[in-house]
Design a binder for this molecule. Structure first.
Ligand code: G3I
Length: 324
């Protein structure tokens, strides 16, 4: 009989192993689709469910790419997490020309959340309602939503999503806060305040873009534990493991072994700490955002190589799910 696929091994553990999906290769690349449907039981949209792509103009929505990702996942019995409703990045380009009042921006966000979260209410399992609201120094990020509404924008976005999709799990998602550090301390304080205000938040997403010096797995475990103690779910939402020249062994096979060990360690943390979802940020190394965003980093952070073959990291996660 064929080797069990990663998604089957995960399903046996009630574990969700996911990938961020781009609409373009989903339409055109048969090898991409074969890996995606065979190996992952969980899917997120890398870009298609962001405000910019959804909103070509002030009073219009374009759900075609988003529907392509969500429909493909559901055809292949994959659970979908949606990313993201309120973020400082990837806002519509025409915002630059819109001279809005604070009230108009709030009305826009309310309509966006109600319409978008309402449309996918029975088709997605979770939303990143707010993404990256905390700055790297732990202060609240001074973004357009914060300028118009203060910290209240987070409360309102979660409440509006809950109004139209109460059965969807509502997440706060961020990067660089995977281990215990100044930023994850600030996020812990933020979500604690939100819980005290009765905001309907269900979980925290740790992106885990291990691009530089890695967060040590035991620090990730300690961080996860404190959010779980707030009775929040935790998901690893955007994992990739790239290397700076300083921490790159220089030899590709050595780097891929090192990378595999880190994926293994994080999978073990998930199983130890009650995290039942790990999403990697792309399907193949050639699909990764890293190579196009950072010259100095190795561009091979994912589970499959540019030739569609599984890497040591793939086997490390699979073996851990089979034996740990
Ligand atoms: O689709 C347009 C295309 O029509 C246009 O011709 C082209 C040139 O302007 O841009 C294309 O959009 C790009 C989009 O990716 C799709 O390829 C945007 O410019 C580009 O900024 C966007 O980058 C994405 C980035 O988020 C910003 O939204 C990356 O693919 C995506 O991997 C990255 O993902 C983020 C998460 O959402 C949040 N956490 C961090 C993570 C990495 O930055």
């Amino acid at each position: 009989a064929d080797e069990p696929r990663l998604r089957d091994v995960a399903a046996d553990r009630d574990f969700e192993i996911g990938a961020a999906v781009a609409a373009e290769p989903l339409r055109t690349d048969a090898s991409y689709k074969k890996i995606l449907r065979n190996e992952f039981n969980y899917v997120t949209a890398e870009n298609a469910l962001k405000m910019g792509p959804l909103r070509p103009a002030r009073h219009t929505y374009d759900f075609r790419d988003a529907d392509a990702v969500v429909d493909y996942a559901r055809e292949h019995d994959q659970t979908v997490r949606a990313h993201t409703l309120a973020w400082h990045n990837q806002t519509p380009e025409w915002f630059q020309e819109w001279d809005y009042t604070d009230g108009q921006l709030e009305d826009f966000l309310r309509d966006h959340v109600h319409t978008t979260a309402g449309r996918y209410r029975s088709r997605v399992d979770a939303w990143d309602v707010v993404n990256e609201a905390v700055a790297d120094d732990g202060t609240m990020r001074d973004n357009l939503w914060y300028d118009a509404m203060g910290e209240r924008y987070l409360d309102r976005a979660f409440e509006w999503a809950d109004e139209v999709a109460s059965e969807t799990d509502l997440y706060y998602n961020d990067y660089g806060a995977d281990g215990v550090n100044e930023k994850s301390d600030a996020i812990y304080d933020l979500v604690s305040r939100m819980l005290d205000r009765g905001v309907p938040i269900d979980g925290v997403g740790l992106q885990l873009h291990a691009l530089h010096e890695k967060p040590a797995p035991e620090s990730v475990a300690e961080n996860v534990r404190r959010f779980r103690e707030l009775d929040l779910d935790v998901q690893i939402t955007e994992m990739d493991v790239a290397y700076t020249p300083a921490d790159d062994p220089g030899d590709r096979d050595a780097r891929w072994e090192k990378q595999a060990e880190y994926y293994r360690a994080i999978t073990e943390v998930c199983l130890d700490e009650g995290v039942d979802t790990l999403v990697v940020w792309g399907v193949r190394d050639s699909d990764s955002w890293v190579s196009s965003w950072f010259e100095s980093l190795t561009g091979d952070p994912l589970l499959f190589d540019a030739g569609n073959d599984p890497k040591p990291a793939y086997h490390a996660i699979k073996e851990t799910l089979e034996t740990y």
